[in-house]
Every structure is written in C-alpha cells, then in structure tokens.
Design a protein around this ligand. Structure first.
Ligand code: GLY
Length: 253
C-alpha cells in the first residue's frame, strides 16, 4: 500500500510565498476542508495517509512535496529555494528516515521538490526561481550509482516544473508546452492541456489513478477522452497559495 505523507494547512497560510500570483485572501477553513477532501481522495485510491501536524509559523508547510523527492532507493531532502521554507525540512527528514536512506542537498544548491519530475530513471529538474544548476550537479553525483540521469530544464511563466508538466500514465506526460519545451522529454507521449487553462498541467499519478483538480474542465475532458482514470478534487483555495495537487503530498510506493 503506498504511503501518502501530508501536513495540515497552517493557520498562517495567508502569508505564504508567492511568485506569479497576486496575493488574495485565503479562507483557512475552506482550504482545510479541501485538504481534508484531498486526503480522502488519497485514501480512496488505496493510500495510507500519514498526516503530520500543523506548523503554525510556517505558512507553506502544507506543500510537503517541496521538502523531499522520494525514490525507491533513497529520499532526497531538499534545500528549498525560499529561505522561509527551509525550517520545514527537519521534521520531514525525521519521518522519512524510517522509510528511506536520506540524501541531503546543501547550499549553494537549492531545489524545491515541485521542480523535480521523475520519469523512470530520468530526473528532470526545473531551473526556476527556486532550483538551480548546483542542485542538478549534487543530485547527479548522489544518484548516478543508482542509475539515474539528472538534467536541468528551462521552465518559464510558472513557479515550478510540475506546474508545467506531470506524469499522467506510464511514459505519458500532461504538459503546458508554453511553459516547458516538449523536446526536452524525448521518447515520451504527451497530452497537452487546453490552452485556455494554463495551470491545468499539475496532476498526481498514484498507481493507475490520477488525482486532478475540478477547475480545468476542458483539460479534464481531454484526459477523460484519452482514458485517464481521474479522481477529482476541489483545489482552488490552496491554488491561491500557488499550491496544486502534487504539492500537498509525498508518495512512498
Ligand atoms: N506558496 C508556495 C511556494 O511558494 O512555495
């Protein structure tokens, strides 16, 4: 049974980091209810949900994805690009050390898990405002003995690489080609988002199911027509904090 690690929405979420969006009020109760529904969706697809307690003083701490990258052989503990997020990592490392060998990323390297797309033995790292080429080098150095190939990829217009491209099936990527170049992912199949829904490329694949936000009906239709098995969740309140469905969990298969 996969384990999904989550963390309760912080009461200070309204002070979250923002990179591309205007700050607008976030309804804490609404965000918490959507997060609860997200955890229910994870359970419905067979995950054991390990829900960590709220960190009241860390606004972005619900977005656990950014603190680690889970591989079969090890877990990378990131060094988040935003200094305000670095205090999030210790408690995640404490939990993950029960399941995986830990590999730490150290300054000057910075990387957010949201910038790391793993496709088999290929790892793509978005060179964003949060993640840098030094992190690519450290990851390559630590992971090559496991057979991984790590490369940095340009990403524009969005916070993280996984705002622009995510896995929706084996060897199939859901992608916004305006934010990341499809040619970087040679040999893969693609499903393009509907152009009118630029934020629609973030989806969470667990087994053969995909947790997907309700806010992108045109892209949803495209995915359904391609036979992708969606589990829909409302995620618009957390999206005001530039968080999406991959951001709210770490999945250990
Ligand atoms: N608010 C999500 C992030 O900036 O990390």
């Amino acid at each position: 049974m996969p384990i999904a690690l989550t963390r309760a929405v912080s009461r200070s979420i309204t002070n979250c980091e923002l990179t591309h969006l205007e700050r607008i009020p976030i309804d804490l109760q609404h965000a918490r209810e959507q997060h609860r529904q997200y955890e229910i969706a994870l359970k419905s697809i067979g995950c054991e949900v390990v829900s960590l307690p709220e960190m009241p003083d860390l606004p972005d701490s619900v977005f656990v994805e950014d603190t680690a990258v889970i591989l079969d052989e090890a877990a990378i503990i990131t060094n988040p690009g935003a200094a305000s997020r670095r205090p999030e990592i210790d408690s995640i490392a404490e939990v993950l050390q029960k399941y995986r060998k830990l590999i730490y990323i150290n300054s000057p390297a910075t990387v957010d898990g949201g910038d790391v797309l793993v496709v088999g033995k290929k790892i793509f790292v978005g060179l964003s405002s949060r993640s840098n080429i030094e992190a690519v080098a450290q990851m390559q150095n630590s992971l090559e003995s496991y057979g991984y190939q790590v490369s940095g990829v340009e990403v524009t217009g969005c916070l993280h690489l996984k705002s622009a491209v995510t896995n929706v099936a084996e060897n199939t990527l859901l992608i916004n080609p305006n934010w990341v170049d499809k040619n970087l992912f040679a040999g893969m199949d693609f499903i393009e988002i509907d152009e009118s829904e630029p934020f629609a490329a973030n989806s969470l694949l667990v087994g053969e199911k995909v947790i997907y936000p309700t806010g992108f009906p045109k892209t949803q239709k495209i995915l359904e027509e391609k036979g992708i098995d969606l589990v829909l969740v409302d995620a618009d309140e957390l999206a005001k904090a530039e968080g999406a469905v991959t951001c709210c969990s770490l999945i250990l298969n």
